[in-house]
Design a protein around this ligand. Structure first.
Ligand code: GLY
Length: 430
């Protein structure tokens, strides 16, 4: 058997989950992760902020005869890692720099793209001048409204404002106080949509898309969807709100139109197109595109995937997804994020994590590291806001939730924080 080596870029729960499910393919020999965390295999050093490191990673991929590099986070994608690998004939999963910029790197470009291709979305305006933005806000009737930094802001650049006063303050924080630096050169002001959210992960090969299980994220930090936005405190899959008819609507009116538009504009889209939806009365509108798998959605979604993950990602990179049929287990999965208390604000790190062995041995449970590292004595310690993910699988969403929460009880560290209601919407629907 011709053994293969894999390189994964990133350091979170998403990347640990990718490594875990890729390793199920028996033709895979070694998996390397750059830079990885305390749970990922074959960690190598890599500075995500230094684009020169892309050449070093490409040298590594060449030297280790890497069959496929899989890019987890948006920053290396938006900085052009795929273009560097493509230029050297190295197989890589993810969109080009241009495609990543238009979908996720610049929210204004994404909204304008959707407008040009008739993709359903809320009404919006783009401003690169604070005075004009405030004039616009002051001209509107009182309402809830969304203000977004146009550039990348690690999931923190979206303000869902309860009134126009809050929206003016949001615009000032972004454009005057520059809390996201140059990512706040432009803002997008858009109608606040109501309905139910869902995440669609479309794996694309430039021309066509196949779909992983639908999922739902829990972005707010506190139970009942209260408090600040986070990168995601938990997720479950599949999302009952995404019925077959809705997925067909998304395929016809959002994903196919996106792929056609991207190809027409000379940036055929490969990799994962994450479509964040707001669904009201059965009609979906796009909340956002992301140019990579959702974290923590993918941790739950991969737990349901029957199709070989390597074959799927390789077909995306090689442009032959017509050869792939995505199959899922007829089960449900729930991912609960264990965070450091204080996240997404200030939090402490360096806390010793216990109970990992016990949790790892639990039935129908996966444990993924996110913000962790090894200290000198070899103990695993906390090193980030989102620390660990526990995924439970069950015949029903209720069972999956129960299993995930049982797993979370086995793991402990000082200042451990978690939401206690992951999956509550799916439970209400039963
Ligand atoms: N969980 C939301 C995201 O990955 O953007």
């Amino acid at each position: 058997m011709n053994k293969k080596n894999i390189l994964i870029i990133g350091s979170g729960g998403r990347e640990h989950a990718l490594a875990t499910f890729l390793s199920k393919n028996k033709t895979i020999d070694k998996i390397y992760t750059a830079p990885g965390n305390a749970g990922t295999p074959g960690n190598i050093s890599y500075n995500a902020g230094n684009t020169k490191d892309f050449e070093t990673l490409a040298d590594f991929a060449q030297a280790k005869e890497i069959s496929l590099t899989v890019v987890g986070p948006e920053i290396p994608l938006c900085n052009g890692i795929v273009d560097v690998f493509d230029a050297r004939g190295l197989s890589i999963f993810g969109p080009s720099q241009k495609a990543a910029f238009v979908t996720e790197g610049d929210k204004a470009s994404a909204r304008n793209f959707m407008r040009n291709y008739g993709i359903p979305q809320p009404d919006f305006e783009v401003f690169n001048n604070l005075i004009l933005a405030k004039d616009y806000l002051n001209s509107l009737p009182e309402q809830r409204i969304v203000v977004k930094a146009s550039g990348l802001a690690a999931g923190k650049g979206v303000y869902v404002c309860e009134n126009l006063n809050e929206a003016v303050k949001a615009a000032e924080e972004i454009m005057e106080q520059r809390i996201f630096g140059s990512s706040g050169n432009k803002i997008v002001i858009e109608d606040c949509m109501d309905g139910e959210e869902a995440s669609i992960l479309a794996v694309c090969d430039g021309q066509r898309a196949v779909y992983l299980a639908s999922s739902q994220d829990h972005k707010r930090v506190f139970d009942g969807d209260k408090g600040l936005n986070t990168g995601g405190m938990g997720a479950y899959a599949p999302a009952p709100v995404v019925i077959d008819e809705l997925l067909k609507n998304v395929d016809d009116n959002i994903v196919k139109k996106t792929l056609e538009g991207m190809a027409d504009e000379g940036m055929p889209y490969k990799g994962c197109l994450y479509v964040g939806l707001m669904i009201k009365d059965g009609e979906p509108k796009v909340v956002e595109y992301n140019c990579r798998f959702g974290d923590p959605e993918i941790q739950a979604v991969l737990a349901l995937l029957k199709t070989d993950l390597y074959e799927l990602l390789k077909a995306s990179a090689d442009g032959n997804l017509d050869q792939i049929q995505v199959e899922n287990y007829d089960k449900a999965a729930c991912c609960v994020v264990l965070a450091s208390d204080g996240y997404p604000g200030k939090y402490e790190t360096g806390k010793i994590i216990s109970g990992l062995d016990k949790a790892d041995k639990m039935d129908n449970t996966y444990v993924f590291h996110a913000g962790t590292e090894k200290e000198g004595s070899g103990k695993t310690i906390t090193a980030g806001g989102r620390v660990m993910n526990v995924v439970g699988i069950g015949d029903t969403i209720k069972d999956a939730i129960k299993t995930a929460y049982k797993g979370t009880e086995a793991i402990d560290f000082d200042n451990k924080y978690l939401r206690n209601d992951i999956g509550y919407r799916a439970l209400k629907k039963r």
